[in-house]
Design a protein around this ligand. Structure first.
Ligand SMILES: Nc1ncnc2c1ncn2[C@@H]1O[C@H](COP(=O)(O)OP(=O)(O)O)[C@@H](O)[C@H]1O
Ligand SMILES: [Mg+2]
Length: 261
């Protein structure tokens, strides 16, 4: 899947890469953060090591773990160490979901010396190769389970790219990359619906904001012959049931007004 670079993010990543500055991508879910990073790495032909952070991510996931095979203890290096040794690209997804102790360990590697002591095994100090490149993403603070990044860690990523939901006509182009056939009018209507719901969620009138994943899913159902209103219910409407009937009814009424009875 080719990434549609609608706000020149690839160019920004290129400049950061060339100058050895690490990058933070900020934006809500489903705005193309992961796709952008994958496409960039592929275009450059550089190896990509990724980790998706959650409350359960431990230092060992980054640094490595001791393993025992046939009575011999060895150390299985984690993504952080691997990428430093290889000088590859490290993608830290949703970094603000991680616990403070994990972030602290990460900070050790990200500071200007770009090195880390393997206190878990031999104590060796691993120094990153010259072209080591790190890109992290964070979701805006309104997302549940996300925390503010400590300022000193934030400062390790001096280049910040903002990714928002694209303008309507750009979103149509992106969605069309994922389906074939001409369903422009239905897809345009679904994008308008998504934007209405996004705006309502932004002012906390609704609990959920649909992403590009939803507009793409809608288009795929339409492509398979499903009716537009039915697809809109499955993809956009039904999810609101989990916040109760009133919440669901609000959205259901919007869908009816946009897609008919
Ligand atoms: N600019 C884009 N070009 C092509 N596809 C995109 C673009 N932006 C988003 N998408 C698609 O939208 C979906 C969500 O994107 P993803 O990169 O997973 O978002 P995020 O990492 O921000 O949650 C994917 O299917 C992706 O292919
Ligand atoms: Mg992602």
């Amino acid at each position: 899947m080719q990434y549609l670079d609608w706000n020149n993010s690839i160019q920004t990543l290129n400049k950061a890469y060339e100058t050895g500055l690490f990058v933070l991508i900020i934006g809500p879910k489903g705005t193309g953060k992961t796709s952008l990073v994958r496409d960039f790495a592929k275009g450059k032909g550089i190896n990509l090591e990724s980790i998706n952070f959650s409350l359960r991510t431990r230092e060992s996931h980054l640094v490595g773990t001791k393993t025992l095979t046939d009575g011999t203890v060895s150390f299985d290096e984690g993504v952080l160490i691997k990428s430093m040794r290889d000088g590859s690209m490290l993608y830290l997804d949703e970094i603000n979901s991680a616990e403070a102790d994990v972030l602290l360990r990460l900070d050790e590697a990200l500071d200007d010396r770009r090195q880390i002591a393997l206190k878990e095994s031999t104590g060796e100090v691993v120094k990153a190769k010259e072209n080591w490149f790190v890109v992290a993403t964070i979701n805006p603070l309104t997302h549940s389970g996300t925390k503010e990044l400590p300022p000193q860690l934030l400062s390790r990523f001096p280049v910040r790219i903002r990714l928002e939901y694209p303008p309507e006509e750009v979103e149509l182009e992106i969605v069309k990359k994922h389906v074939s056939g001409d369903h422009d009018s239905d897809i345009t209507q679904a994008i308008k619906l998504a934007n209405t719901l996004r705006q309502a969620a932004a002012v906390e009138e609704l609990f959920y904001s649909p992403s590009l994943r939803e507009t793409i899913a809608f288009a795929k159902l339409i492509e398979r012959g499903m009716g537009a209103k039915e697809a809109a219910n499955f993809v956009f409407g039904n999810v609101y049931t989990q916040w109760g009937d009133i919440e669901y009814q609000k959205v259901s009424d919007i869908i009816t007004s946009m897609f008919g009875n």
